[in-house]
Design a protein around this ligand. Structure first.
Ligand code: UN1
Length: 494
């Protein structure tokens, strides 16, 4: 990273900034870059640029719009290692996972570029003779996207690529903790030849920049991934303005381990989905619902597997668990350990902030396992966003489903079993937007809808072809070629 001070990207220019804040590597505490704390005026400028650009962009045939995304995908592929290293530096996730995240963005680029030649609508018979009927997708205009620090490039691609291929222009506010991926992606858009103003990046806080996006009357869609509290406020404001809003606000995801499960596989699935990314995924497993018959054996094997989790700077070879994003995140995890103990859950492993040696300057937390938790405990209900998992014992399949569904969130769930009947019942009864069988709760693929039910969202989906529904309006078109006025529902022969 050569640049030490970032700027906003508005109307194809790198501009502005009067106040900046430092971005630190969560693994080492070293300052990486200074990011602008923009004022509302920067949002107004970006929206005006986007509005101008969108009018022309909407008229570019979608397959040509898609050509830019193919170039974006190719450039991301060329720069994959560079991007992955920067991602590990700003976010802390281990390099292997950073590579996975960048790959998710590359996949999304090629997948959405393909949509440039689909964007399917429907033709359907009309009820009157000599009349043609069809539906098609139309772009909405200027969209605002607000993305989190935990997947700073993948989530941005889930939102911006469908928006762009569908003919919208974007104003993007990335998380202040992880601005480098936004900066790099903007540079890639520039290099790929995206017309100026179609994609704009405004750095700054949610309170100022995010708020200005949500309130701006020329922004017709907000797509947000972040906390439940902020999401609800955004939805309320968008409701007042009749602005379309798509929300993804986390999870309290569970793995169910039945008495016939392949226990070693279940252990691997839990270790990967609970402690990978230090538990800082919306999809992270934070509850394990275990059948009583295998609870003890499962605990023993899980504890053994957890010993292999090496913690440290994700740029170093052999590290499996990286740091927590910042001090506030670390303190939140610490608070939940106390809450869990006070509620009567039994701490089996971990539970501490790591200090000393190479840990002192970063924000590291031990992979932590609670057992004998009950479904109503706060550690089994609230999103912790750290490497903490709680075992909840159950007596039956029915109870497992009840516990799984007994939270306010509904993002991802998983079941380990060999019984095909149980598999299909689980698929039907688990109330989350994503269900895994014999795999952990993470690892969604970009061509399927990503999102959840209940407190996780508001019915929309990121990624998959469904993402296009967020960024397009349906238009119904009727062409009457009878040469006379035909009245629907009235001039129909009985
Ligand atoms: C997130 O945690 O917000 O399914 C996104 C997964 C990743 C994306 C996670 N593909 O775990």
């Amino acid at each position: 990273m050569e640049e030490k001070i970032l700027q906003n990207y508005i109307a194809g220019e790198w501009v502005g900034g009067s106040e900046w804040t430092a971005v630190y590597n969560p693994a080492t505490g070293a300052e990486i870059v200074q990011v602008p704390l923009s004022e509302k005026a920067a949002v107004a400028e970006a929206v005006a640029a986007a509005k101008r650009a969108q009018k022309k962009w909407a008229l570019v045939p979608a397959p040509q719009r898609a050509e830019i995304l193919y170039r974006v995908g190719s450039l991301m592929k060329e720069k994959k290692e560079h991007l992955s290293r920067l991602l590990t530096m700003e976010n802390g996730k281990v390099l292997e996972e950073a590579r996975g995240e960048v790959q998710e963005g590359i996949d999304m680029a090629f997948y959405m570029a393909g949509e440039g030649r689909r964007l399917f609508g429907q033709t359907t018979p009309a009820e009157l003779p000599d009349k043609f009927a069809m539906s098609e997708r139309a772009p909405i205009g200027v969209v605002g996207i607000i993305t989190p620090w935990n997947f700073p490039i993948a989530i941005a691609t889930w939102k911006s690529f469908p928006a762009i291929v569908a003919g919208n222009a974007v104003v993007w506010k990335p998380a202040t903790e992880t601005p480098i991926m936004a900066y790099e992606l903007a540079k890639i858009f520039e290099e790929a030849g995206l017309p100026e103003g179609v994609m704009n990046v405004v750095f700054g806080t949610g309170g100022t920049v995010g708020d200005a996006l949500v309130h701006h009357e020329d922004i017709r869609v907000i797509s947000f991934t972040g906390s439940n509290e902020v999401g609800r406020n955004i939805a309320a404001e968008c409701g007042r303005q009749l602005k379309k809003v798509s929300l993804e606000m986390g999870g309290k995801n569970a793995v169910i381990v039945m008495d016939d499960a392949d226990l070693d596989l279940a252990v691997e699935g839990v270790v990967w989905s609970a402690f990978g990314t230090s538990g800082q995924r919306c999809t992270a497993c934070s509850r394990v619902i275990v059948h009583k018959a295998v609870k003890e054996e499962f605990e023993t094997r899980l504890l053994e597997a957890m010993k292999g989790l090496t913690i440290g700077d994700g740029l170093e070879e052999g590290i499996k668990v990286g740091p927590i994003i910042n001090k506030a995140g670390l303190e939140k995890v610490e608070r939940y350990i106390e809450i869990g103990k006070n509620e009567g859950a039994k701490l089996l492993a971990g539970g501490h902030v790591l200090t000393g040696n190479s840990y002192t300057k970063g924000h590291y937390f031990e992979p932590t396992l609670f057992t004998d938790a009950t479904s109503s405990m706060r550690i089994a209900q609230e999103e912790i966003f750290g490497p903490v998992v709680s075992i909840i014992p159950v007596k039956s399949f029915a109870e497992a489903i009840e516990v799984n569904n007994g939270v306010t969130y509904g993002l991802s769930s998983s079941i380990f079993t060999q019984d095909v009947n149980q598999v299909f019942r689980a698929k039907r009864d688990l109330d989350t937007g994503i269900v895994y069988v014999n795999a952990g709760t993470t690892g969604a693929e970009i061509h399927l809808p990503f999102g959840g039910t209940k407190g996780t969202g508001n019915g929309h989906r990121d990624s998959g072809v469904q993402a296009l529904d967020v960024f397009t309006e349906w238009k119904a078109v009727y062409v009457d070629y009878s040469g006379k006025l035909q009245r629907a529902q009235i001039d129909v022969e009985e």
